[in-house]
Write a protein that binds this ligand. Structure first.
Ligand code: FA5
Length: 342
């Protein structure tokens, strides 16, 4: 059997050496290594040989197979190189290139940039705060001590904190930046704080567990509700690029007094009533108010030395109104069909 294997090997190596084309080579491959080849039949019959023969013949067969395959590969490369017609190879420099797909800023980043531009033009500075915040800045300093019922308004993701250390949470509101900033700055001051907020609540088409707010805070000696209304009206008119009316309704936040819910005239119908505003003519947009004196005290200011206005609006909600998006969860999803539209 060893002789047979050697004769197949010699025959194969000889023929491969003489092969003149890739087609010839392919036929030789079938002839010497194909499923019905003599060599494959020998390999199949190995199992019937007595034990001591099986080992030597098996080793010889494997070595032969590898030798034939190596020569095949070498010859194939040689023939391929020969068949390539370098002279015929031309580069058509006029052929249009493949279009490059360019990415763009996410719609929420675009909206955030727009908001920052408008407020910068009104003399506000953009300030950032951490997403992981102490209980003090997110709640206590905002006139919301531990047992305050208003804490239930914002379901919170608490972090595991070592015993005896101050509790940390994913901030529920950008208002958390207020006292932190005021501790280090004296009025007059004008800031906006755009940033991510987190709430442990069920999601639906207008609620996310992770969303953006932007806070505005303006403090001075004689800031009043009129300033709040005027600045908001200016901002919304610039943001929506049309005349927007603003309405304040009495509300409650521990850190503002008085507090308001903020409505703007419907950006679709202008106030006449349509499906977007459920025929109310108004759209609810966020919370606002005059800074509670207890917040100033927490920041180290003297009681009644200053007055301030503050608000906190949802960025996604504004983007939804401007770009007519009806599902908030699309913003943080990864559906490119949505992301590419804006
Ligand atoms: C607050 O968070 C207050 N800090 C706002 C404030 C700031 C009031 C300064 C007074 C002075 P509220 O929980 O209502 O308030 O949230 C404000 C806005 O954030 C909402 O109107 C909405 O636009 C947005 N928002 C709140 N929760 C969600 C949520 N789960 N998903 C998306 N947007 C939300």
């Amino acid at each position: 059997m060893i002789d047979k294997i050697n004769s197949i090997k010699n025959g194969a190596l000889n023929s491969i050496e003489k092969a003149g084309s890739l087609d010839d080579l392919e036929n030789l491959k079938i002839k010497y290594l194909g499923r019905k080849s003599e060599f494959t039949n020998i390999l199949k019959s190995l199992k019937d040989l007595p034990e001591e023969q099986r080992r030597t013949v098996g080793q010889q067969s494997n070595a032969t197979k590898k030798a034939i395959e190596d020569v095949f590969m070498q010859k194939e490369q040689e023939l391929k190189a020969k068949s390539f017609d370098f002279a015929a190879e031309k580069i058509d420099v006029t052929m249009p290139a493949k279009k490059m797909r360019r990415g763009h800023l996410h719609m929420l980043t675009q909206v955030r940039n727009e908001i920052e531009d408008i407020f910068t033009s009104m003399g506000f500075e953009t300030v950032e705060g951490p997403e992981i915040e102490t209980e003090f800045y997110n709640f206590d300093a905002l006139n919301m001590p531990k047992d305050h019922p208003a804490r239930d308004m914002q379901d919170t993701f608490w972090l595991k904190t070592e015993k005896g250390k101050e509790r940390l949470a994913l901030r529920t509101q950008t208002s958390a930046a207020q006292v932190k900033y005021m501790e280090k700055h004296e009025p007059p001051l004008r800031i906006i704080v755009p940033g991510k907020c987190f709430r442990r609540e069920a999601t639906d088409s207008t609620h996310e567990h992770t969303f953006y707010q932007f806070e505005a805070l303006m403090v001075g000696e004689d800031i009043n509700v009129g300033n709040l209304k005027y600045i908001a009206q200016e901002f919304f008119s610039k943001f929506f690029k049309k005349d927007i009316k603003v309405r304040l309704r009495p509300s409650y936040f521990p850190f503002t007094e008085p507090s308001f819910e903020f409505d703007i005239s419907c950006t679709v119908c202008g106030g006449k009533g349509c499906s977007a505003c459920r025929n109310a003519g108004w759209l609810e947009i966020g919370g606002a108010g005059m800074v509670n004196q207890n917040v100033f005290i927490a920041a180290g200011y003297k009681r009644n030395a200053y007055q301030g206005l503050a608000w906190g609006f949802g960025l996604e909600r504004l983007a939804m109104m401007k770009y007519k998006v009806t599902e908030i969860r699309l913003f943080h999803g990864s559906d490119l069909r949505f992301i590419k539209q804006f």
